[in-house]
Design a protein around this ligand. Structure first.
Ligand code: PNS
Length: 161
């Protein structure tokens, strides 16, 4: 049976830090599903879910061959319901700092209790540890240069706002 790992997130928008984690996950797992998921704790998004999916797909194309990576969105409920529906047993999350570990730990334990889905933490490239979607949105909206941190398609989509 193909081992499927899910890389979930808001991806509003996807950054080079996310793509680094997706690429690493694809080196470890046979098939990776990048999933745009609603985060109930976050304010309304900058990009619609469908646009975030399109930007991830275009970014993966821009990066070139990364393995068996599929991209979709999940609005139907719990993340683990998606995992069950496709037979995924692993979630992959990138952690940049101790704060990220503290934020992710309760969700990882809850997802294991809910559906026996394990969470694997990957460390993204250290040079990208300060990059987050929220910071990218802020810098871009105030006229700063975000091109070192996002793929070209994302930089163009931000500039069009
Ligand atoms: O990129 P983010 O915003 O840090 O990703 C968080 C996300 C979307 C993965 C998390 O909020 C999530 O899993 N939402 C789906 C709803 C759900 O399953 N909640 C229970 C998790 S324990």
């Amino acid at each position: 049976m193909t081992q499927i790992a899910v890389v979930p997130g808001s991806f509003d928008p996807v950054t080079l830090g996310h793509l680094d984690v997706i690429r690493r996950a694809a080196q470890i797992f046979e098939q990776v599903h990048v999933l745009v998921v609603h985060n109930p704790d976050k304010k309304p998004a900058m990009f619609e879910a469908g646009e975030r999916v399109r930007l991830i797909r275009a970014s993966l194309e821009e990066l070139g061959e990364v393995g068996d990576v599929r991209v979709g969105e999940w609005t139907a409920g719990l993340l683990v319901d998606y995992c069950r529906s496709v037979g995924a047993t692993v979630l992959v999350k990138g952690v940049r700092s101790g704060e990220d570990v503290a934020y992710e730990t309760p969700m990882a334990i809850m997802n294991r209790h809910l559906a026996d889905v394990e969470t694997v933490f990957l460390l993204p490239d250290a040079g990208r540890s300060h990059v987050s979607s929220s910071l990218i949105r802020q810098v871009s909206s105030l006229g700063g240069d975000v091109t070192p941190y996002v793929p070209r398609v994302v930089a163009a989509a931000l500039a069009a706002r």
